[in-house]
Design a protein around this ligand. Structure first.
Ligand code: COI
Length: 355
């Protein structure tokens, strides 16, 4: 059921960044959406208010036990100046799946979509039109019960904030360097790997920081049991082209079901390219890199879009992929996907939703 959304417009407009050089996740738009939940009462008081701090009790459960989930999606400005979302229902449903794992209430699909559309209407001027930019949308939910006993909260705050963004990686569409992590793990089957929750990202920080010190953009995670199978990067899923075949790790329960991953698989299908989803060992990827059959590697994610990987390091051995240049299929996927998102090519798959 869609409830009426109260709107309180800001009196102090925020300064917009230079959209040509805007950094990912640093500048936020004028307004945010908020809605509260209480057990027995359900969701109430949906509102759009000026972006800013929210007062919270320091004993709120989210601060202590990390009961939090989030989503990442984008709004795009088309060449005709219109604003559109990309497969928003997929994100809405995935957030409900994350919520189910962390015992948090789902937001009604129609209400969620209405909140997104209203916020984008109010902050339409924040959707950038510069080349390779978009408005990143971050819906999230936090546990707001006050108390230190470990149990599922009975009250929650759901919010949507937005920020204009360019490339997630400073390299833009230039290939990035990735280190395959052989010590820490991100998630295990039965854990929270399938949920988009803050805890998964917190667990990834130590290895990511060490990799960053060594000059890598990200780490590629192996499975948490045998450290044998390739899983995902954390900020994106991963795909390989080996000897003409496109491979991606199957969704075994500890890998996030990426919407860009799914879209790339579906898009390639329309081009006659079948993607094999299966367990992929790190050894077979190393072997393919050594014998020259690892043709392309790329990541897929809302923030990362389609990001070419030019170098993979495993246990101090670095392999260059495709001469450190973006591969033909990676480029075609980037163009195909962003073409639909920015309305440059017809959306024959019905993925875009006008605002
Ligand atoms: C996204 O791609 O939207 C993500 O949530 C990944 C990352 C920025 C945490």
């Amino acid at each position: 059921m869609v409830q009426d959304i109260r709107v309180e417009l800001t009196k102090n407009k925020r300064v917009k960044p230079d959209m040509k050089t805007v950094k990912f996740g640093k500048s936020f738009s004028d307004h945010m959406f908020l809605m509260n939940y209480e057990e027995g009462k359900g969701w109430f008081d949906p509102r759009i208010v000026p972006y800013g701090p929210v007062e919270m009790d320091m004993a709120c459960m989210v601060f202590h036990y990390g009961q939090e989930i989030f989503e990442g999606m984008k709004a795009y400005r088309t060449s005709e100046g219109k604003v559109q979302l990309f497969r928003p229902t997929e994100n809405i449903r995935r957030m409900a799946i994350s919520g189910e794992r962390l015992v948090m209430p789902a937001v009604d699909e129609d209400m969620f979509l209405a909140a997104l559309k209203k916020l984008l209407e109010v902050d339409a001027e924040w959707v950038p039109s510069e080349e390779a930019t978009s408005l990143y949308i971050r819906p999230f939910m936090i546990a707001t019960d006050v108390g230190l006993g470990v149990h599922a909260s009975k009250s929650y705050l759901f919010s949507i904030i937005t920020c204009p963004v360019g490339s997630y990686y400073p390299e833009g569409l230039n290939p990035i360097k990735i280190m395959i992590e052989s010590q820490d793990v991100r998630a295990v089957r039965g854990g929270t790997g399938i949920a988009k929750c803050g805890g998964n990202y917190a667990a990834s920080l130590r290895a990511s920081l060490l990799a960053e010190y060594k000059g890598y953009s990200q780490v590629l995670w192996l499975d948490g049991v045998e450290r044998k199978y390739i899983e995902e990067v954390g900020s994106m899923n991963i795909m390989f082209k080996v000897n003409g075949e496109v491979l991606t790790p199957s969704l075994t329960g500890s890998v996030l079901a990426g919407i860009t991953r799914k879209s790339c698989i579906e898009l390639m299908k329309t081009w006659g390219i079948d993607v094999t989803e299966r367990l992929i060992t790190v050894d077979e990827i190393v072997e393919a890199a050594e014998n020259g059959t690892l043709e392309e590697v790329w990541g897929t994610g809302t923030a990362a879009v389609v990001s070419p990987v030019g170098w993979l390091t495993y246990k101090d051995k670095t392999f260059e992929i495709g001469g450190g240049k973006i591969g033909t299929l990676t480029q075609k996927l980037y163009d195909g996907l962003t073409g639909i998102q920015w309305g440059k090519v017809p959306d024959t798959l019905g993925w875009t939703v006008p605002v």
